[in-house]
Design a protein around this ligand. Structure first.
Ligand SMILES: [Zn+2]
Ligand SMILES: [Zn+2]
Length: 269
């Protein structure tokens, strides 16, 4: 799969860097100051190679949560880039983290004018953080909380936590906020979405598009918060027809979230 580049402003680009079998890591490049911040670089050398090509000085790395396929490159990264600041969650411990941030904090990337703010989105892990950029076009790095058309497994939290994380915390971001997630699961997620919302035209269109992207070796990120609200069943738990489809008759988004996750866990496309 190829590296793709998405501009967030005249000076800031996001480079999408596929790693491991289906993970996405990211390099946020501030061209004005020739600095870069990494997101979940579990194979650090691959990201440092991109930084070298861009002649960017890597000062910072952002860790969304403690799982090895996200935080597992941090120790090696610190050896390769000794002065690097490795940011992680104040609510859980992860390999190599040097700065632990709470939710709702703004943090300036060293050597850059770029600022990222944190949002705690507990459930997949209880300390999971998402990072939001302060660029002209905002971007949120969602790790394993929000995927394109899906969400992470509830390893540490309950359906009520994911309901809050997706449909209060992340849903309150502007609709045009880019979503950069932790895995390429989009086609399977949309096949599941089509199984629970067979009449949702946005699901059918996105599925057609995603299949084409994947067969061309092009990542399906970024999505946007506004688009997710149209085709991601986990961000549509208040839709009555969807609730009825998964056997929840009264308006109870938390029960819909729980039923959706159970069905998705058992889903084989
Ligand atoms: Zn994870
Ligand atoms: Zn993961």
């Amino acid at each position: 799969m190829s590296v793709s580049t998405i501009p967030l402003s005249s000076s800031v680009d996001v480079h999408v860097i596929p790693i491991l079998s289906d993970n996405f890591s990211y390099l946020i490049h501030d061209k004005d100051t020739s600095t870069a911040a990494l997101v979940d670089p579990a194979e650090p050398q691959k990201l440092l190679d991109v930084a070298t090509k861009l002649q960017a000085n890597v000062t910072t790395s952002l860790t969304t949560h403690h799982h090895w396929d996200h935080a597992g490159g941090n120790i090696q990264l610190a050896k390769l880039v000794p002065q690097i600041e490795i940011i992680g969650s104040a609510y859980e411990s992860a390999d190599g983290v040097t700065t632990r941030l709470e939710s709702g904090v703004s943090h300036q990337i060293k050597g850059s004018s770029l600022v990222v703010s944190t949002l705690r989105t507990p459930c997949h892990t209880m300390g999971h953080l998402c990072f939001v950029t302060d660029t002209t076009r905002k971007a949120v790095f969602t790790g394993d909380t929000l995927f394109v058309a899906g969400c992470g497994k509830f390893f540490e939290g309950a359906a009520s936590d994911m309901q809050q994380s997706l449909n209060s915390t992340l849903a309150s971001l502007e609709d045009d906020t880019f979503v950069f997630c932790g895995h390429e699961y989009t086609v399977t997620n949309l096949l599941f979405a089509a199984s629970v919302e067979p009449n949702n035209q946005f699901v059918q269109e996105k599925l057609k598009w995603a299949k084409k992207q994947v067969s061309n070796g092009v990542p399906t990120v970024p999505s946007t918060i506004g688009d997710e609200k149209q085709f991601n069943p986990f961000m549509r738990t208040a839709v009555r027809e969807l609730g009825e489809e998964v056997g929840v008759s009264d308006d109870n988004p938390v029960e819909v979230m729980k039923a959706l996750r159970e069905r998705k866990n058992a889903f084989r496309p």
